[in-house]
Write a new protein. Structure first.
Length: 139
């Protein structure tokens, strides 16, 4: 069995952002040379998420609106976590809802997706460089 590891880096300009990282994950898969196996993709920050869904702008805005209703950024005093001097208590909760990462089957050297499925990096406390781990195992 072979193993391949790559970190993807993103310079996130906004507090919250949603990025389709499927092409970057597909490129990592090509570099790995693995044809059959599994591909793990996970956020390496506690205030970010990796998830799979449709790349449709209305849906992405719906996610953002819904998450902001569930855990609004302000008032920042609302979160006990922010008593430490942080202002990202909401980002931790949003990450918990959206999850840490995904695993996708690799079949014939390709990500084995369902119709419309794409991999996204969701950032809830950006404005700095962030990274995603891609780990691929198989033959």
């Amino acid at each position: 069995m072979k193993s391949y590891r790559e970190e993807l880096w993103f310079d996130i300009k906004k507090r919250r952002d949603y990025i389709n990282i499927t092409p970057k994950v597909e490129e990592a898969l090509r570099k790995s040379g693995i044809r059959e196996g599994l591909c793990l993709v996970n956020a390496m920050h506690i205030t970010a998420s990796v998830y799979i869904n449709d790349d449709e702008s209305g849906l992405i805005q719906d996610y953002d609106d819904w998450l902001e209703q569930l855990a609004p950024h302000e008032p920042v005093e609302h979160y006990r976590h922010n008593l430490t001097g942080e202002d990202n208590g909401d980002a931790h909760l949003k990450r918990q809802v959206m999850g840490r990462g995904v695993v996708v089957a690799v079949t014939g050297g390709r990500l084995d997706f369902g119709t419309w499925e794409r991999i996204f990096y969701a950032e809830f406390d950006g404005r700095r460089k962030k990274r995603v781990l891609v780990k691929i195992i198989g033959e």
